[in-house]
Design a protein around this ligand. Structure first.
Ligand SMILES: [Zn+2]
Length: 90
């Protein structure tokens, strides 16, 4: 399960059609501008629309690390995305 922020242009939500089922699932951002996605395929599709993980916003990364190379919010000192060195966030 993932929490994604929808891009600014998607204020009315995004419809994702299931590849196999053909069922359309509508994702509409809640008051905090995020949607919760259970289906990994839907998550991938939403990311193609420009959605991004909500935990990169900063609030929930308090006390964690941020990669100096790619900006990824990490929980350990070595970036799990690019392998770069992360700096502690205050
Ligand atoms: Zn990185």
């Amino acid at each position: 399960m993932a929490r994604l922020c929808l891009p600014d242009g998607a204020v009315r939500g995004i419809d994702i059609q299931g590849a196999q089922t053909g069922t359309v699932t509508s994702y509409t951002a809640g008051r905090d501008g995020t949607v919760t996605v259970d289906n990994p395929q839907h998550e991938r599709a939403l990311r193609q629309y420009g959605a991004f993980p909500a935990n990169l916003g900063g609030r929930s990364t308090r006390g964690g690390y941020r990669c100096g190379v790619c900006g990824f919010a990490a929980y350990i000192k070595t970036c799990s995305r690019c392998g770069g060195t992360c700096e502690k966030e205050s």
